[in-house]
Design a protein around this ligand. Structure first.
Ligand code: SF4
Length: 350
């Protein structure tokens, strides 16, 4: 396999074996690549810290960064940290696929990610099970089965749609793999522990910040959210965007999915299984990624802002519903309880 193909798709197993050879121990590999290990940890820290982080896109650095970061994330085994990184890889892969002109590469990548495809003229046949398993992007019309052309058990897709399906298949597989329980030998633990401690601490800090939004206090909800909840309680049919906003907001202030589900009990088309699935998807606890809470500007453009109902909103000082909640909930904060840290590894806790 050519090196430039491995650089474009560093998750291809055949290429990796060819690139690094076989039979090398994890400890020896990490020791040999101490430079890249530090760089990968720095990159992760920057991503967690919301800093501009240059993502290596070619050469040896690209491949080594990919492998070592995956080792680190498997070691940390933290969904939140992994998802932040995986979203970057997901986007890099999509950009590469959109430019890809070699059908053999598309086939290799699809095969690696268990997406069954075939070529038909200038389009691609994707088996319906493969399509459905990966067409899980919230609110993406291009991936709805009802918008596809079907042919004998296959979806007939453009390369653009295929790229999206591969992108999602990659994300799902990546997240599954980094969340698997792996016992690291103590010599590897001694190498990785100190180097990733800051990344783990940053993840913990972000959770703590979230927890500091205070215990749930509906009285501090912004008018836009209060309106949606009110409509739901009355059994009105709240828009898709309104439901999306509700889920992201409640998740962000720390409500577990089961509690979020309760808000949907009164809606006329309530179907527990589907709603549960959608909540998991939006909050990134299922197969999806964690979506952000929309800003006031976005909510305004969707007709969901009711700023005239509250002096704080109408003062023009609020640009995000969470700022409203934080400000109103200020006196209600829990300062001593850190957020949960989803870490199972014990040896390298900072
Ligand atoms: S200004 Fe923002 S927080 Fe206030 S109602 Fe409008 S969208 Fe909600």
């Amino acid at each position: 396999m050519k090196e430039d193909v491995i650089e474009k798709y560093p998750f291809l197993r055949r290429g990796l074996i060819q690139y690094f050879g076989e039979g090398i121990s994890l400890r020896a590999f990490l020791e040999e690549n101490e430079y890249y290990l530090q760089k990968s940890a720095d990159l992760l820290y920057k991503i967690m810290n919301g800093e501009e982080a240059a993502f290596p896109t070619s050469g040896e650095e690209r491949v080594k960064n990919y492998i070592i970061t995956k080792i680190i994330l498997t070691y940390i085994r933290d969904y939140f940290i992994s998802a932040r990184y995986a979203i970057r890889e997901r986007k890099a892969l999509y950009d590469t696929l959109e430019k890809e002109s070699d059908v053999r590469n598309l086939k290799s990548v699809s095969h690696e990610l268990n997406v069954e495809i075939d070529r038909q003229d200038d389009r691609y046949l994707i088996s319906i099970p493969s399509f459905l398993k990966n067409a899980v992007v919230f609110n993406d019309r291009e991936l709805k089965l009802c918008n596809q052309e079907l042919q004998e058990g296959y979806v007939v897709a453009s390369k653009h749609v295929l790229s999206k399906i591969i992108r999602e298949a990659f994300y799902r597989k990546y997240m599954q793999e980094v969340m698997e329980v792996v016992e690291f030998p103590s010599d590897v633990d001694r190498i990785l522990g100190p180097i990733v401690s800051e990344v783990i601490a940053k993840g913990r800090e972000i959770r703590q910040e979230r927890a500091n939004l205070g215990p749930l206090n509906e009285k501090s909800f912004p008018p836009c959210l209060a309106e949606i909840i009110d409509q739901m309680k009355k059994g009105a049919n709240v828009s898709h965007a309104g439901r999306f906003f509700l889920v992201t907001f409640l998740h962000r202030i720390g409500l577990p999915n089961d509690e979020i589900l309760k808000y949907f009990g009164e809606v006329p088309d309530f179907a527990e299984k589907i709603t549960k699935y959608q909540i998991e998807h939006i909050t990134g606890t299922g197969r999806g990624r964690e979506y952000s809470v929309p800003s006031c500007q976005t909510l305004g453009s969707l007709g969901l802002c009711y700023k005239e109902r509250d002096p704080l909103c109408s003062s023009g000082k609020i640009s995000h519903p969470l700022s409203f909640y934080r400000t109103r909930n200020l006196g209600n904060r829990s300062v001593s309880k850190p957020g949960p840290v989803n870490r199972v590894d014990k040896s390298s806790d900072p």
